[in-house]
Design a protein around this ligand. Structure first.
Ligand code: HEM
Length: 395
């Protein structure tokens, strides 16, 4: 195979400027080198049509071939994240039944209560941390409710998941790998304590159901532990990014906040546009089990392909004026890739969108203006985006 070394062909994964704002270089690569091979042999696919079509083919395995790198994520080897159908389908059933639209309506009552408590605590200056208080705490504690776990401090969980995701960089340093390993150690230890506690005091949540499946011999003890870890740790971090980028868009586009306030019929379209422009996970990897040809490039079985969500979501062939926040896009032209596609598409999609709607609605019912104040702090890698803090002022 030929490494595409034309100038500008390769994304500079480790470059801090690129990590801060990858979108200009995504645009260039998507236009000039929509399919290319990286120095490490992985293929990078950035056009919307290609990600949509090839990203969900049954030959696109999520399982890294045996001789591939063994990273911190082997800690989650017994979850949906590490299996293809049909084994994947069986595992996914254990969580899917907890996120039906009907149940989600119940769960988000708790989100509404939690966000209203956060809003009640705002002082006279109107300042609040959108990431911590409006994003992370209400969504993480909603997931604790789904699991049947007590509320807890979500910040260490969010930090640990950020460390784990950081290790998924295309160019991880030994320190990144080490932090990833420690992130999983922390999360698994927390999950083990929850399991021990549940064994003593059973309840009626998803964690209890997973342990009941262990008792029936349908799931291994380890698979239950890892699955509890995945949901407990995912329940706050990506949803918080959706909430925080949404608050930033409302601050930058007061007319959008006004539309959200005054017209409930546009709310889901506004949320969809926030999600399109701001995917927290910028790419997903797959390993084709057969040779595959994409735009004239023959990609051998077992290669790694990086499907670039962040680039595809702003492809001008799929979205007219892709950089513009336009929630009035025709529904057929508004499908974005932020929650992934195919069998591994996000298990938290329905609840995340519903949480965003109740959180934004609670804010819109009480306030007319959103302003950005102070500085936001972030953890940006070439693979994912998280906030640490994003102060805003509501009035
Ligand atoms: C995939 C959980 C929120 C983006 C997944 C998977 C799980 C999960 C378990 C793996 C599904 C599988 O392999 O079958 C959650 C939970 C969330 C949440 C519990 C919150 C309650 C989000 C949000 C986003 C997101 C807000 C982005 C806007 C993704 C993406 C994938 C994914 C892109 C696909 C990864 C891949 O195909 O390799 N999520 N998620 N998630 N999630 Fe989420």
């Amino acid at each position: 195979t030929i490494i595409d070394d034309a100038p500008g062909a390769q994304l500079p994964w480790g470059d801090p400027g690129f990590r801060l704002d990858p979108y200009p270089l995504y645009a260039r690569v998507r236009e000039e080198h929509p399919v290319y091979q990286d120095d490490d042999g992985a293929w990078v696919v950035s056009r919307y049509d290609d990600v949509m079509h090839f990203g969900k083919l049954p030959i696109m395995s999520i399982v890294e071939p045996a001789d591939g790198a063994i990273g911190p994520w082997t800690a989650m080897a017994n979850t949906v994240l590490s299996h293809d159908p049909p084994a994947h389908t069986g595992l996914r059933r254990h969580s899917n039944k907890w996120f039906t639209p009907k149940l989600v309506k119940e769960w988000v009552k708790y989100t509404a209560q939690a966000v209203n408590e956060a809003l009640d605590s705002i002082g006279e200056d109107g300042v609040i941390d959108a990431h911590v208080d409006l994003g992370t705490i209400p969504t993480h504690n909603t997931m604790c409710r789904v699991m049947g776990l007590p509320d807890d401090d979500p910040i260490p969980a969010v930090e640990a998941i950020a460390d784990a995701v950081n290790a998924l960089s295309a160019v991880p340093t030994p320190e990144d790998i080490d932090r990833g390993v420690r992130g999983f150690e922390y999360m698994l230890e927390r999950a083990q304590r929850m399991v021990d506690e549940k064994r003593k005091n059973p309840g009626e949540g998803m964690a209890d159901a997973l342990l009941a499946a262990v008792d029936r011999g349908e799931l291994s003890e380890r698979a239950a532990l890892e699955t509890i870890t995945v949901f407990w740790a995912s329940g706050g971090s990506n949803p918080a990014y959706l909430i925080t980028t949404g608050m930033e868009e409302f601050a930058r586009h007061p007319e959008v906040f006004h539309a959200y306030k005054s017209d409930p019929s546009v709310r889901s379209a506004i949320i969809n546009e926030i999600v399109r422009l701001h995917p927290p996970e910028l790419s997903f990897p797959r390993f084709p089990t057969e040779d595959v040809e994409i735009r004239g490039h023959r990609i051998p079985a077992g290669s790694q392909i990086r499907f670039m969500i962040g680039a595809a979501n702003r492809d001008p062939e799929a979205f007219e004026h892709p950089e513009v926040f336009d929630y009035r896009r025709p529904p057929g032209a508004s499908m974005n890739l932020s929650f992934g596609i195919g069998p591994h598409s996000c298990a938290g999609q329905v609840i995340s969108r519903a949480e965003a709607e109740v959180i934004f609605t609670a804010i819109a019912e009480r306030y007319d203006h959103v302003e950005l104040v102070g500085e936001a702090t972030h953890l940006y890698t070439d693979r994912a985006r998280f906030f640490v803090s994003r102060p805003i002022k509501l009035s």
